[in-house]
Design a protein around this ligand. Structure first.
Ligand code: NI
Length: 189
């Protein structure tokens, strides 16, 4: 089944997602469908709220950006109930985009180093120190599980400057070339 990506303005993106218990029905299929939706839309990460489910599940395949960010090489991850611990260090600003906000990219300040604890698709526990752009992807995706999107981290001035673009997404006038679910406020569905 092809999963549409829920766009900015949809309330599902603003809810706090709930942890997943072992035996969650259809989990294996869901994970595979999420990877398919992510590849179709050429993203490097996708969180379950973005496909309309408020559960704590993230898929990541950062390999496509490995040339620019070597730490991403071969990193394909399924994160169930992930926990991000922010480690000491300065914030670094880099450009980010999001499949739920097509046509928008903004510099977002984030820490370089995190400690990540998560369960994989077999509910086995992992812990790893993660840095650089991979840490950025993880923070971005885990934000989705708490109802946050990357533009929540930008200045009021920057937000004002992209207001028109945001409005186009919310009202269904944005250009997007992968399957999506528009917000209830959009004129199209
Ligand atoms: Ni996103």
């Amino acid at each position: 089944m092809k999963l549409p990506v829920y766009l900015y303005g949809h309330p599902v993106l603003r809810k706090i997602s709930t942890p997943i218990e072992p035996g969650y029905p259809g989990l294996e299929q869901l994970i595979s469908d999420m990877f398919a939706a992510m590849y179709e839309s050429q993203g490097v990460g996708l969180a379950a709220p973005q496909i309309g489910r408020n559960i704590r599940l993230v898929v990541i395949d950062a390999d496509p950006v490995a040339e620019e960010f070597p730490e991403c090489s071969g990193r394909k991850l399924v994160l169930i109930n992930p926990e991000v611990e922010i480690l000491e260090g300065e914030d670094i600003s880099r450009s980010e985009g999001c499949l739920s906000l097509p046509g928008i990219s903004e510099n977002v300040p984030r820490v370089e180093n995190i400690r990540l604890r998560w369960l994989d698709q077999n509910f086995e526990a992992h812990e790893e120190l993660i840095s650089g752009f991979l840490a950025r992807i993880v923070q971005h995706e885990c934000d989705h599980l708490d109802g946050k999107v990357f533009i929540d981290h930008i200045s009021a001035i920057r937000r004002q400057l992209i207001k028109g673009k945001l409005n186009n997404i919310v009202t269904g006038r944005a250009k997007v070339d992968y399957p999506v679910r528009w917000a209830p406020t959009a004129k199209r569905r």
